[in-house]
Ligand binder design. Structure first.
Ligand code: OMP
Length: 234
């Protein structure tokens, strides 16, 4: 496991490997790229694993509050995988940092608007006029994050930042489909376009460094080749 990783990140990587969250093989991504590894946050469903992911998120958020001036009112989890995350992280923050998170709320969206009862798109705290921190599982091309930002802005919220469990550190898919050309990172473009800070518990580099102690030589080679093929220019 990587010697430079903070201990909570190492613990999170260990939990992801042991819990079968991080898998090796051949996986088609949302971007249509074929990846030799896949991080499935839906596997964090046991009490122990839900505790591990919410702790790692909470510690990353506290670190960003203390060292990068992150400031927010609401933790927003985009449907579907962000939904359990936002509630678990809010509870965890209240436990480990009650002085800073007493008034923090969570909120999430519906994929389809509800036309009866309270109606609308949003469940949980109203986003209007509030500073919103988006939490999500993985960032690859940033498409899902753009959708979440647009939704939050339409509801009158101010996006304060994004925290993800894993930054795959990939270049944006080329508009003409030619992925052999160099390209900027998804995270870099989002930062530039929206002027918001983005944080990740782990990156692909952390995974590759950690893989040396548990994965087969073939999986390590294929993952390193994938990183080389899709790495961003920034
Ligand atoms: P964007 O980068 O915002 O388009 O989001 C990528 C989405 O793909 C994530 O929110 C996941 O739902 C999914 N995904 C994973 O869950 N794990 C991976 O390792 C890779 C992906 C992916 O398809 O890129």
């Amino acid at each position: 496991m990587s010697g430079q990783l903070a201990s909570y990140k190492q613990e999170f990587l260990k939990a992801a490997i042991e819990g079968g969250v991080l898998k090796f093989g051949s996986f088609e991504l949302k971007s249509k790229r074929i990846s030799p590894y896949f991080f499935n946050a839906g596997e964090f469903h046991t009490a122990r694993l839900a505790g591990a992911i919410s702790s790692a998120f909470a510690k990353t958020i506290i670190d960003a509050q203390q060292n990068a001036g992150l400031d927010f009112d609401i933790i927003f989890g985009p449907a579907y995988k962000g939904i359990p995350l936002c509630s678990a992280i809010t509870i965890k923050l209240g436990e480990i940092s009650p002085q800073n998170s007493d008034t923090v709320s969570y909120s999430f969206d519906r994929k389809e608007a509800k036309d009866h009862g309270e109606g609308g798109n949003i469940v949980g705290a109203s986003l209007k006029g509030k500073k919103i921190l988006i939490v999500d599982d993985v960032i690859t091309a940033g498409t899902a994050k753009r959708e979440a930002i647009d939704k939050i802005r339409k509801e009158g919220g101010i996006v304060a930042g994004i925290v993800v469990a894993l930054d795959r550190k990939e270049k944006l898919p080329a508009a003409d489909g030619d992925d052999s050309k160099p390209g900027p990172s998804a995270i870099g473009e989002l930062r530039k376009e929206y002027g918001i800070p983005i944080f990740a518990i782990l990156t692909l580099d952390d995974i590759i460094a950690g893989m040396k102690s548990f994965a087969s030589d073939d999986d390590i080679k294929r993952t390193e080749e994938y990183r080389q093929k899709y790495k961003a220019t920034d």
